[in-house]
Ligand binder design. Structure first.
Ligand code: ADP
Ligand code: MG
Length: 226
């Protein structure tokens, strides 16, 4: 993905198996969010190819990506502030459930699963950080994804809230959803992921099992050194 002559992501190749849970790490500006933008159809890559479940998605719209089962959270949440938590989740649920009653029922289940039941009737603007993180995940989950891309979805939580959020991601993964997680919190990467890719200046500079990857010198220099 180039912006003019600047290549934000270049030669980054990823083959993802169904049911995997992998991590993407790397310093700010490494190209992680841009990679997600391409995978989710929010940007059309200037080169390369994206195939999902046998279908070429390279130039498909964000809506087509959502329909195909690719859901992503945004680093800056995209909440409808004056709508309730339940209504926000219903926006996602309408993708698979055109009838309002069905969307409502589906959203209600997602709200419960994501621990937002007690706040379901509140406007989104009243939510604190942990609630917002949950709502961002709930909104995507409501679209019925086969693949979820989490872009720093667990940042800014207290240690206790983080443990709950990790448990929620585990629960989502256990339902059969494949996950790619961009996260700076190494605990999340180490405890949740089976495989890690390290981005630096738009390139994948290392990949492998989490414990092996963090030991690699290049990684420590590129990532932990910043
Ligand atoms: P990360 O998520 O790893 O922190 P990003 O993917 O957000 O990194 O950004 C990678 C690089 O691409 C940065 O240098 C950023 O400034 C640049 N970039 C991202 N989006 C755009 C855009 N829409 N136009 C121009 N440059 C961009
Ligand atoms: Mg980013």
């Amino acid at each position: 993905m180039a912006f003019g002559s600047f290549r934000a992501v270049s030669g980054a190749s990823l083959a993802l198996d169904e049911g995997e849970i992998i991590g993407l790490i790397g310093p700010n500006g490494a190209g992680k969010s841009t990679f997600f933008n391409c995978l989710a159809g929010d940007m059309v890559p200037t080169g390369g190819r994206i195939v999902f479940a046998g279908a070429d998605m390279t130039r498909a719209s964000p809506e087509a990506h959502a329909r195909a089962g690719i859901g992503r959270t945004f680093q800056v949440p995209t909440t409808f502030e004056d709508m309730t938590i339940l209504e926000n989740v219903m926006v996602g649920a309408f993708l698979r459930h055109p009838r309002r009653a069905d969307a409502h029922e589906h959203a209600r289940r997602i709200v419960e699963m994501t621990g937002l039941k007690d706040q379901a009737g509140q406007r989104a603007r009243t939510l604190g950080t942990p609630g917002r993180k949950r709502l961002e995940i709930a909104r995507v989950l409501a679209t019925g994804p086969r693949l979820m891309l989490l872009d720093e979805a667990l940042a800014g939580l207290t240690p206790a809230e983080l443990q709950q959020a990790i448990a929620l991601v585990r629960q989502i993964h256990a339902t059969g959803v494949t996950l790619v997680i961009v996260e700076h919190i190494m605990e999340v990467i180490m405890t949740l992921t089976q495989r890690v890719l390290v981005f630096n200046q738009g390139h994948v500079i290392a990949s492998g099992k989490p414990d092996a990857v963090v030991k690699e010198t290049a990684v420590i220099e590129a990532y932990l050194g910043h």
